[in-house]
Design a binder for this molecule. Structure first.
Ligand SMILES: C[S@@+](CC[C@H](N)C(=O)[O-])C[C@H]1O[C@@H](n2cnc3c(N)ncnc32)[C@H](O)[C@@H]1O
Length: 163
């Protein structure tokens, strides 16, 4: 597969999974997290799909397209390992969806990030909430859901909290 085809698959997976998640949580009240703003593409799509929801964004160092930078009150800049807990202290609303895209291209680094994220999200996500992202999370905390049709296994992941 060419890198172009791989990039298209990744973007398509993100779009399809975010839209699928929106159907699954359509009855839930609460807020959404976008972890890893990057260029702001998935954030922009989440804003489009959930126009009435508050979307809080977590990014180590903001370098997004100017149109995709969230208002200050919704932006937590810094390492998610500390900012997610800061957010949870400040915002009491349930987290009904956490979307993360934190891969760096370096497998070891991405794995470590995913391990930290598994632990943190397991402590803060609502019991009915969904976690959708680009890395596999720990089965100690999360149960993997079946992906929507057309998404390559291992390309994107959807989870519910173990109960
Ligand atoms: C692949 S990009 C996200 C792309 C984004 N989904 C988009 O559509 O444009 C990954 C982002 O995760 C951020 N990131 C990685 N580790 C992080 C951490 N520990 N805390 C906060 N942000 C982190 C990086 O700075 C980078 O901007």
């Amino acid at each position: 597969m060419s890198r172009l085809e791989s990039a298209i698959r990744r973007l398509q997976s993100q779009k399809v999974c975010i839209e699928f998640a929106s159907e699954l949580i359509s009855d839930l009240q609460g807020v959404i997290l976008e972890i890893g703003l990057g260029n702001g593409r998935t954030y922009d799509h989440i804003k489009k799909i959930f126009p009435e929801k508050k979307v809080f964004v977590f990014e180590k160092s903001v370098k997004a397209h100017p149109d995709c930078i969230p208002p200050k009150k919704y932006l937590y800049e810094g390492d998610f390992k500390s900012t997610l807990f800061k957010f949870k202290k400040e915002v009491s609303a349930p987290i009904i969806l956490a979307h993360f895209d934190i891969g760096s291209g370096n497998e070891d680094e991405s794995l470590k990030r995913a391990e930290s994220l598994s632990v943190i999200l397991s402590k803060i996500i609502d019991v009915n909430g969904l976690v959708v992202g680009d890395q596999s999370l720990s089965s100690k905390f999360f149960t993997e859901l079946q992906l929507p049709q057309g998404i390559t296994i291992g390309r994107y992941f959807m989870y519910k909290l173990n109960v």
